[in-house]
Write a protein that binds this ligand. Structure first.
Ligand SMILES: [Zn+2]
Length: 346
């Protein structure tokens, strides 16, 4: 079969590889659609120490079970499925508290196990046993259902932000993750949803969603005043940083209202993770800062259910679909801001 294989930094090649063969307890999937994640792009451009090449990337997928050596599994041959991609080996205090994303004993599809930029993917026995496969029962498309994984990551942040009817929300970054946060804020009843970005093409795409304002981030910092003007001078009750930028982190602290909640959803580059922040913003405004990494199984379940409900505008996220051999075009479309979500059809 043809697969997009990560061989190292700036080196992903579409190669002929042996299709996976099953052992007891495992399940074979035929991949229909796999969306390209920002982390796939980051791995391609900068490499990732957690990944030992060769590795097939791709972890946001929808597939059908075509073979099973797991008679007790919760899915069977013919079922269309999506997957919670975190595998927990054993247990620890984080697993016990339902926060398996923080477990020291986790491995992940496309990092430690081959992913879905290939026509077939083997689901490890542990993932089958732990019920990581979810049967899709609605008519929703494969491409849209591939959003279950990134949407679950956003749900993880929201599970601690608790956006509600009284909140104004500012999201830095109008990429797919930023727009997912904006849509989740709207669905939870936020009074006002403001999206900020440096890229006018992304802001134009953001305006197609149900948001109240798309604000251009400018070098003179006037976007900060714009957020205050849009929030009756108070600033945003909830601020989410969905872009890997220390400047945006500082902007977030600045536009946060007193007693605001701020989530640093995106990390900074691993090669340069230090930031200089105005911590007096945290002190005087009594801000609550949170981080967010991957997702809990409960977040994936919530994301899966939301996509099933049809209330999430998943159709607006998939702007491009490409065959596997054109995966490099996907990276370029993402970098230019021309695409929101690019879906690969292996
Ligand atoms: Zn992802």
């Amino acid at each position: 079969m043809q697969a997009a294989v990560y061989l190292g930094k700036e080196n992903i090649q579409v190669l002929e590889v042996e299709p996976p063969t099953l052992e007891d307890g495992e399940v074979l999937l035929r991949v229909h659609a796999c969306s390209v994640c920002g982390t796939d792009l980051r791995t391609y451009r900068h490499g990732d120490k957690k990944i030992t090449p060769p590795r097939i990337l791709g972890h946001e997928f929808c597939a059908t079970v075509v073979e099973s050596r797991a008679p007790d599994a919760n899915v069977s041959v013919g079922d269309r499925v999506v997957m919670y991609i975190v595998l927990v080996h054993g247990s620890d205090r984080y697993v016990e508290m339902g926060r398996e994303n923080l477990s020291g004993h986790r491995t992940t599809i496309s990092y430690h196990h081959d992913g879905a930029f290939a026509p077939y993917l083997k689901v490890p026995a542990l993932a089958v046993q732990r019920g990581n496969l979810f049967r899709v029962t609605s008519e929703i498309s494969n491409e849209q259902m591939s959003l279950a994984e990134p949407l679950g990551c956003c749900m993880n942040a929201h599970s601690r932000l608790g956006v509600g009817l009284k909140d104004t929300v500012a999201v830095f970054g109008a990429g797919p993750i930023g727009m997912m946060h904006a849509c989740l804020a709207r669905l939870q009843g936020a009074q006002k949803v403001i999206v900020l970005d440096t890229n006018p093409a992304r802001l134009a795409m953001a305006r197609r969603f149900d948001i109240d304002a798309a604000v251009q981030v400018r070098p003179d910092g006037s976007h900060r005043e714009e957020v205050r003007a849009l929030t009756n001078g108070f600033g945003a009750d909830v601020t989410i940083v969905a872009v890997s930028s220390a400047a945006a982190q500082n902007d977030a602290l600045d536009v946060a209202a007193r007693a605001g909640r701020v989530n640093f959803f995106a990390g900074l580059p691993k090669s340069n993770p230090m930031a200089s922040l105005d911590v007096n913003q945290i002190h005087y405004k009594e801000l609550v800062i949170s981080g967010s990494y991957s997702e809990k199984k409960s977040d994936f379940q919530a994301s899966f259910a939301l996509l099933h409900s049809g209330r999430f505008p998943a159709d607006r996220f998939i702007t491009h679909t490409l065959p596997l051999p054109r995966i490099h075009e996907a990276f370029e479309l993402m970098e230019s801001g021309a695409a929101l979500k690019v879906c690969i059809l292996p």
